[in-house]
Design a protein. Structure first.
Length: 137
C-alpha cells in the first residue's frame, strides 16, 4: 500500500511520465485504475457483484473484454467512465469523479494512521502544495 501511494504521489508530481503511455487496452486501463486507487481485484469484485475469477480474467494477459453491462458495472465501481476504460480518454466526468474517489481513498487511509504518522503526512502534503503553488507562478 505504501509503495502504491508513493508511486501515485510521484506520478502526480511528474505527470509527464504517465502522459506518454498511449494505445492502452481495456485491460491496461483497468489495471492502471486499480493500481491508482490502490484497489485489489477482490475489492472490485465485491463492489461490482462480479466473481473474482471474472475480474481476474479481465486483468490477465490476453484478457477478454467484458460485455457492455459488465463494463458499466466496473466503471461505476471504479468511478471512471466506460469510455476511459475502453479508450483511455479522460473526460470532465472522469476527472471530477476521480478526484472524489481519490479524496475518499486519502481520507480512509489517513483515518487508519496513528497521530504521529498522521502529522507527518499532513506536513508532507503542505510542503508538496507549497512546491506546486511555486511552480504554478
Amino acid at each position: 500500500m505504501i509503495s502504491c501511494l508513493i508511486t501515485k504521489g510521484f506520478a502526480s508530481i511528474c505527470p509527464s511520465l504517465l502522459s506518454n503511455i498511449k494505445d492502452m487496452s481495456f485491460r491496461d486501463n483497468l489495471r492502471e485504475t486499480l493500481d491508482f486507487l490502490c484497489m485489489e481485484q477482490k475489492d472490485l469484485a465485491k463492489k461490482t457483484g462480479l466473481s473474482l475469477k471474472t475480474i481476474e480474467n479481465y486483468v490477465k494477459k490476453g484478457a477478454s473484454v467484458p460485455s457492455a453491462d459488465k463494463a458499466v458495472m466496473i466503471a461505476q465501481a471504479l468511478g471512471v467512465s466506460v469510455e476511459y476504460l475502453v479508450t483511455g480518454k479522460k473526460d470532465a466526468t472522469y476527472d471530477r469523479t476521480n478526484i472524489q474517489t481519490r479524496n475518499k481513498t486519502i481520507i480512509a487511509t489517513l483515518a487508519e494512521l496513528n497521530s504521529d504518522n498522521y502529522e507527518v503526512i499532513v506536513s508532507i502534503a503542505k510542503v508538496l502544495l507549497t512546491l506546486q503553488l511555486r511552480k504554478a507562478k
